[in-house]
Ligand binder design. Structure first.
Ligand SMILES: NC(=O)c1ccc[n+]([C@@H]2O[C@H](COP(=O)([O-])OP(=O)(O)OC[C@H]3O[C@@H](n4cnc5c(N)ncnc54)[C@H](OP(=O)(O)O)[C@@H]3O)[C@@H](O)[C@H]2O)c1
Length: 326
């Protein structure tokens, strides 16, 4: 396993981060522990969970498993979505951030989170309050670093600027959605991450399983079972890209799951990729991406099977002008 710096945090994390979202639902406790044991044994030291996953069950499973391994693991959780009903149990208010983290710590049986992600932008709360709450937790030693997930570029930049203005702990990493079929992140977010030295830990890199090609063969999975995911991946263009990609992978003799993960991992702005699975067999397959290094030519060929998202302005980066000649 390769280890890479997590932005400017000083932490070194495995190039794969284990996602736990299926634990306590699609994967029962026994399967979840098998996946965690396997991941830990092959050197994965970066684990990702969230306050709301399976109403808190996921954090409990991770907490019961972790034990003495805690000191070796970079443990990330998230705050925003509720794990139980309650008018103030959601969002990025100071109250919800403090209460959610306290509860996550109890479930995870740990005194601190290495990383706390703000899981979603909250348009009803001033980001100043949210960052103050995270800073308080950091001052109390309950959280070490702050990350951001699912913010747009201006929202990330606003959080960075506010943290600077108030001398709060800076944002060190972001967790955006990114795959061959969802490439919005390339437009503004990846250039921003590069400019601001943010680590990038993408999720949904298999398009929630779509890019494995199994739905083309009539097999079942999350996209049949989960309405939110069904809707997220319902655009017919995604199926068209998947068809072209799976055909390409099969012609070249690759597992589509491994190739899709390698494509995201090959982006130089990506730090560590999130892998999630419902069975150990799925995980053992997709983890083979750590041994697949794509050449620039392969990376370009695969990129061309998809669409290039339009630039945010009609002007290109300086290097492009230089290459072309002014
Ligand atoms: N920040 C956020 O908002 C956010 C959102 C989502 C996830 N995450 C994090 O990212 C992690 C990974 O996300 P994800 O699970 O959505 O990503 P993904 O890698 O796009 O999808 C993983 C799913 O693909 C299917 N799969 C995986 N390997 C396979 C294989 N070899 N063959 C066939 N199917 C396979 C499984 O689903 P089925 O068996 O159901 O098909 C598995 O649960 C999560 O665990 C979580 O920690 C974060």
């Amino acid at each position: 396993m390769n280890y890479v710096p997590l932005g400017k945090s000083g932490l070194k994390v495995s190039e794969v981060c284990l996602g736990t979202m299926t634990f306590g639902n699609e994967a029962d406790k026994e399967v979840s522990c098998k996946i965690m044991n396997y991941a830990y044994d092959i050197g994965i030291n970066f684990f990702d969970t969230a306050h709301n996953y399976n109403k808190g069950e996921t954090e409990k499973i991770v907490g019961e498993w972790i034990g003495k391994k805690r000191k070796d693991i970079i443990l990330a959780s998230k705050v925003f979505f509720p794990s139980q009903q309650g008018i103030n149990n959601e969002g990025l208010s100071k109250k919800n951030i403090i209460q959610s983290v306290e509860e996550s710590l109890r479930r995870l049986k740990t005194e601190y989170l290495d990383i706390l992600y703000l899981h979603h932008w909250d348009e009803y709360t001033s980001i100043e309050y949210s960052l103050e709450a995270v800073h308080t937790l950091i001052m109390q030693g309950k959280v070490l670093y702050m990350g951001i997930s699912n913010f747009s570029a201006w929202q990330i930049m606003k959080a960075i600027a506010v943290a600077r203005e108030y001398h709060y702990t800076p944002v060190v990493c972001i967790q955006p959605m990114y795959s061959l079929i969802k490439r919005q992140v390339e437009v503004e977010i990846l250039p921003l991450a590069k400019q601001e030295n943010l680590a990038v830990v993408p999720y949904n890199i298999l398009g929630a399983g779509m890019l494995t090609g199994k739905y083309l063969k009539g097999e079942k999975g999350r996209l049949n079972e989960n309405k939110m995911y069904q809707q997220r991946y319902s655009n017919p263009m995604y199926e068209e890209i998947t068809r072209k990609f799976v055909q390409y992978a099969e012609e070249k003799g690759y597992s589509p799951a491994v190739l899709a993960a390698s494509w995201v991992k090959s982006n130089p702005t990506v730090t560590s990729i999130l892998l999630g699975a419902r069975t150990l067999e799925q995980f053992k397959e997709v983890i083979q991406c750590v041994d697949l290094k794509l050449s620039m030519e392969q990376w370009k060929e695969i990129s061309e099977l998809s669409y290039q998202p339009p630039l945010p302005t009609d002007r290109e980066p300086l290097d492009v002008y230089r290459l072309r000649g002014w």
